[in-house]
Design a protein around this ligand. Structure first.
Ligand code: ZN
Length: 140
């Protein structure tokens, strides 16, 4: 017996995070950079962790990353994701020094290793929403 699939939850886009989501739609990963102390931060938020400034610019990440840790989800945290199980969620260290949590996107099952090289990719969910994904770096 099949059940109707509920819609997936969508991110709540705020004034603070709008440049991030706009960047993803252009297949660019933008990070906040504090204009007072220069510290990068991700995920988007209003305040600098280091100096508590509200002032920031946006800088584009190069897309290079490596595996910090991962988990394999066998249970959907939301019923809309149950057809995608199991899902590998990776915490990646970006080359810029901040971390990104995103699903691993692969053609076939893979064995991950700590420190393994990854590349940020983009999944166009629909014309108004793109989310980041992580892929194995083709160059090793
Ligand atoms: Zn700062």
């Amino acid at each position: 017996m099949s059940q109707a699939m509920p819609p997936k939850p969508r991110p709540e886009i705020t004034e603070d995070s709008r440049p991030y989501w706009d960047g993803l739609r252009q297949h660019r990963l933008l990070l906040q950079c504090c204009t007072d102390c220069g510290r990068l931060r991700h995920y988007p938020r209003p305040l600098c962790d280091a100096c508590h400034s509200f002032a920031c610019d946006w800088v584009e990440a190069c897309g290079a990353a490596h595996v910090h840790s991962w988990t394999v989800a066998h249970h959907a945290f939301h019923p809309a994701f149950r057809n995608e199980l199991p899902t590998v969620l990776v915490t990646a260290d970006l080359a810029e020094g901040v971390r990104l949590l995103a699903p691993l996107q692969t053609e076939a099952p893979v064995t991950l290793q700590l420190g393994q090289r990854l590349q940020v990719g983009y999944w166009d969910v629909d014309p108004s929403l793109t989310v980041p994904v992580l892929r194995l770096d083709e160059n090793g």
